[in-house]
Write a protein of this length. Sequence first.
Length: 139
Amino acid sequence: MIAVNLNELELNEFVGVEEKRQHCKATFPLLGAHGTKDLAAVYFEIEAGDMLGRHVDSAEELLIILNGEAEVEVGGETTLAIKGEVVLVPREVPHNVNNIGKETLKVLGVFGGASNIVATFDQDFLPLNSNVVDTSQMG
């Protein structure tokens, strides 16, 4: 059995090199490295006024809004998503998540069909000095 308490995760901070609003704290609590076979998950938090950054993922993703208010853009369409709502992001479709509320936005992204994910952002992140997040490189 694999069990994870989202309230006890150690988060890593990521900041856009050029776009300072591209700022989040995140971690991948479920990955192939943790024993999953056909699923991966990312947990991230975004402060008011900040955004995740436009990117594509190598697998379909279900964004579950755990807290706050988000403006979610998927493939050119935009929707408001609040606590308790979910948004489906198809594989390889550009998307972004903006915190438009006043409190910390908390999101669980669940990826189906893959235990490792490659996310390619439009802009580089620090401390990665890269625009690619490849979970197969994580342990």
